[in-house]
Design a protein around this ligand. Structure first.
Ligand SMILES: [Zn+2]
Ligand SMILES: [Zn+2]
Ligand SMILES: [Zn+2]
Length: 328
C-alpha cells in the first residue's frame, strides 16, 4: 500500500483495510448448517454464496469470501454509475408512488449490473437465464418494496441528515476516514431501515420471488455485507470489527478437514465436482447449474466421459465432444 501509484489513490482495495481476522483464507469454512436438510457445510466454497453440499440449497452469504473473490468496491462503483442517470426519474416515481415505473427502471438497472458484474451475485445466475431473469425481478421488487414504503421516509431523512453531519478526515494513503457517534447512529438507522424492509419483503410475499429460496436472514446479511464493504475502508480496524459484529456478519470459521469425496464431471461445463457420499444435488460453482449427484453418472455415448446431469435435464450436449446424450 505504501508505494501505490498516485493515480490509483482513489481505488481502494478492501482487503488492505480489513481487520486481520477477516481476511480470507481458502482453508477456512464458515461454520454453518443447511436450514433445509440440516447438513453442516464441510466443503470449501469458491464464492460468497454458500450452497449446501447435500441438497444444493443456498445456506448463507459469507462476508469474508465476498471480499476475497469479488471486488466489492468495483461492483458497488459500477452499480452507482449505472443507476446515476436514472436518479431523477426514480425520485419522481417515488414521489408519485408510481410502483410500475420504479420497478421498470430498477429492472433495467439490475439487468445491466448483472451483465457487467456477474461476480456480484450468485454463480447460478451466470448461465442459467431463467434463474437470472427471476433474480433481476426479485431484486427490482425488493427495491420497490423497500423504497416505496412510507414508513421509510423519516428513516431515509435521518440517514441523509447523519451522513451530512459525518466528519470526514484524511486517512492513510490519501483516503478519508470517519469515526465517532454520528457514524454509529448512522449504522443504527441503516439497521432499522433494513429490518423494516425485510420484514415487509417477507410479509408481502416478495421473498418468495427469490430464485434461491434463501431463508430470511441471508438477504439481510447480504445488505449488511454491502454496507460494510463500502464503509470498512473508511474505518479503523477496531471500528471495522465492531461494525461486522454489530451487523452479525462476523462469523466463526473452521479449518477445512480432508473429506472423502467422489470426483464427478459436471455435464454442463465439464468441470470437476467434488461430492460427499450421500449428497443429492450440488451447485457447480464453475457454471452455476444445479447438478444431480445422487444418481449414477451417465457415460457419453461417443467419448465415454462419465457425465453428471443437471437436475431435471432430460438430455445434454457432452461438454467434451458435443454429442447429445439422453438421461436413461
Ligand atoms: Zn441441505
Ligand atoms: Zn458446471
Ligand atoms: Zn462426449
Amino acid at each position: 500500500m505504501q508505494n501505490k501509484p498516485s493515480q490509483q489513490k482513489d481505488i481502494i482495495r478492501l482487503s488492505d483495510h480489513l481487520p486481520e481476522s477477516f481476511k480470507t483464507h481458502s482453508q477456512f469454512i464458515k461454520r454453518v448448517s443447511c436450514s433445509q436438510c440440516g447438513a453442516p457445510k464441510s466443503l470449501p466454497s469458491k464464492t460468497a454464496y454458500i450452497y449446501c453440499d447435500f441438497c444444493g440449497s443456498l445456506i448463507d452469504y459469507d462476508f469474508r469470501l465476498a471480499n476475497a473473490n469479488t471486488n466489492g468496491a468495483y461492483t458497488n462503483t459500477a452499480f452507482h454509475r449505472i443507476i446515476a442517470p436514472h436518479q431523477t426519474a426514480l425520485a419522481q416515481a417515488k414521489a408519485q408512488g408510481d410502483r410500475d415505473t420504479y420497478r421498470k427502471i430498477y429492472t433495467q438497472v439490475f439487468s445491466q449490473w448483472l451483465q457487467e458484474c456477474p461476480m456480484a451475485v450468485s454463480p447460478r445466475a451466470m448461465n442459467d437465464l431463467p434463474f437470472r431473469q427471476q433474480l433481476i425481478a426479485y431484486f427490482a421488487e425488493c427495491a420497490v418494496t423497500k423504497d416505496l414504503d412510507p414508513r421509510q421516509i423519516p428513516l431515509e431523512a435521518a440517514m441523509q441528515e447523519l451522513v451530512a453531519l459525518l466528519k470526514r478526515y484524511p486517512g492513510p494513503d490519501g483516503t478519508w476516514m470517519v469515526s465517532g457517534n454520528i457514524f454509529w447512529d448512522y449504522a443504527e438507522v441503516f439497521k432499522q431501515q433494513m429490518e423494516m424492509a425485510y420484514a415487509l419483503i417477507e410479509k408481502s410475499g416478495v421473498a418468495q420471488m427469490d430464485p434461491d429460496n434463501a431463508q430470511p436472514g441471508v438477504a439481510l446479511r447480504m445488505e449488511y455485507s454491502t454496507f460494510c464493504q463500502s464503509w470498512l475502508p473508511h474505518l479503523s480496524p477496531q471500528d471495522g470489527e465492531r461494525l461486522l459484529k454489530y451487523y452479525g456478519v462476523s462469523a466463526e470459521y473452521d479449518m477445512v478437514k480432508p473429506q472423502q469425496t467422489d470426483h464427478r464431471l459436471c455435464g454442463c461445463c465439464g468441470s470437476e465436482i467434488q461430492s460427499l457420499p450421500g449428497a443429492k444435488q450440488v451447485v457447480c460453482e464453475s457454471c452455476g447449474f444445479t447438478i444431480d449427484v445422487g444418481s449414477q453418472a451417465i457415460p457419453c455415448s461417443k467419448c465415454g466421459s462419465l457425465l453428471s446431469f443437471p437436475v431435471s435435464a432430460a438430455h445434454l450436449l457432452c461438454p467434451y465432444c458435443s454429442t447429445d446424450n439422453r438421461r436413461i
